[in-house]
Design a protein around this ligand. Structure first.
Ligand SMILES: [Zn+2]
Length: 81
């Protein structure tokens, strides 16, 4: 009977450990949207701009800026010139 009680206690403790282990995981999940919000506050990261030559939308970060206009590639920049 004592052994049965110990097994049940062990099972309960394992369930408790698993339950408490999943809690930090859910907290980590809630932290991710906070990071996404932090990215949203910096509009330059995901800001899209239209290529002045071919009209393709490219990220401002990756676009080539020349004379106040954005170009998707060096080829478009050459065509514009
Ligand atoms: Zn282009």
């Amino acid at each position: 009977m004592i052994l049965k009680f110990l097994i049940i206690a062990a099972v309960i403790s394992v369930v408790y450990i698993m339950f408490f282990k999943t809690k930090p995981a859910t907290q980590a999940r809630t932290k991710k949207p906070k990071k996404a919000k932090a990215d949203a506050t910096n509009p330059e990261i995901n800001d899209m701009t239209e290529c002045a030559s071919c009209g393709v939308y490219v990220e401002v970060k990756e676009a080539i800026l020349s004379n106040g206009k954005y170009y998707c590639s060096r080829e478009c920049l050459k065509e514009a010139k």
